[in-house]
Design a protein around this ligand. Structure first.
Ligand code: FES
Length: 116
């Protein structure tokens, strides 16, 4: 399967402090973007697969994003579920920083989210 990178700018590097989670938009979609305390960046879908919570309004604990609604946790780099009540993963997107601009790779293959 073809896998072509397609990085698009979503934020300024200085806009997001280490340990922060935020919502960014690109191409009509929103994403949960976060910067870990040790300076790594990651992006996942902005929708919790438990019941549609907004992950970009959640909190970061090391490299997991905690949903603000019922506390499900998702790995920032893989999208895997790390804590219930969610059971289905979200998509994860590679992130890079170039010249102070944070870019998310929208070229990766994504799966339709299963909610519930
Ligand atoms: S909606 Fe995210 S844990 Fe329930």
């Amino acid at each position: 399967m073809a896998d072509e990178s397609r990085f698009v700018p979503v934020a300024g590097e200085a806009d997001i402090a280490p340990g922060e989670v935020t919502i960014v938009g690109a191409e009509g979609r929103t994403f949960c973007l976060a910067r870990t305390e040790d300076g790594r960046w990651g992006a996942i879908d902005n929708v919790c697969t438990h019941d549609g919570g907004t992950l970009g309004e959640g909190e970061l604990d090391e490299h997991c994003v905690e949903c603000p609604r019922h506390g499900a946790r998702f790995d920032l780099f893989t999208g895997e579920v790390k804590a219930m009540p969610a059971v289905f993963p979200v998509n994860a997107y590679p992130v890079r920083v170039r010249d102070g601009v944070v870019e998310v790779d929208l070229g990766v293959p994504v799966k339709e989210l299963e909610i519930g």
